[in-house]
Write a protein that binds this ligand. Structure first.
Ligand code: SF4
Ligand code: SF4
Length: 168
């Protein structure tokens, strides 16, 4: 969805969002049951999170240092993601945008500040699209796939937040 705004060349030399430290293993994307089934059939290792969602399993060798980064098992370190773009988890297709749960309980949109492809100009474009034409689609995804909604985290700037409805 955001690929027209993110430089493929920059991603090729980065891969930051496709590998994970132990402390960031919570960020591996939630998979729909259909996608999990297809990935299982391809032999891609998966795991179940505490919230019941299925995600990629990461391999951390026992003697790995604290800052060791494990690749997503769908990543080929040379050529990139091995899944066709249309078959990637929705969180990957939205990245560096993220559905988040605001402290108010409403939906929020976070933008990952450390993505090197997000220049000031790209940031403005992402904000314009995410809070404009793309917003209904983002709300639909949040409704249909609530496990893709992540808690607020300091690595993400909140670029939009749902206004809580007034109760009387
Ligand atoms: S962090 Fe940004 S630049 Fe790096 S691979 Fe992900 S989308 Fe591409
Ligand atoms: S599914 Fe593809 S895009 Fe998503 S984290 Fe894994 S390698 Fe990266």
């Amino acid at each position: 969805m955001l690929t027209h705004l993110i430089s493929a060349a920059q991603c090729a030399s980065c891969r930051l969002c496709c590998n994970f430290r132990r402390t960031s293993a919570w960020e591996t994307p939630a998979l729909t049951p259909e996608l999990a089934e297809r990935l299982r059939a391809r032999g891609i290792p998966l795991r179940t999170r505490e919230d019941g969602s299925t995600t990629f399993a990461l391999h951390f060798p026992d003697d790995a240092p604290e800052n060791f980064c494990a690749n997503c098992p769908a990543l080929d370190p040379t050529t990139g993601c091995t899944l066709p773009r249309s078959a990637r988890p929705i969180e990957c297709r939205l990245w560096p945008l993220r559905l988040m749960r605001a402290p108010s309980g409403g939906l929020a949109l976070g933008l990952y500040d450390a993505c090197p492809a997000v220049s000031p100009v790209v940031r403005e474009q992402i904000i314009r699209e995410a809070t404009g034409a793309l917003l209904p689609e983002l709300r639909r995804i949040a409704n249909e796939q609530p496990r893709t909604i992540r808690p607020i985290h300091p690595a993400y700037s909140i670029i939009w937040e749902e206004v809580p409805q007034q109760t009387h």
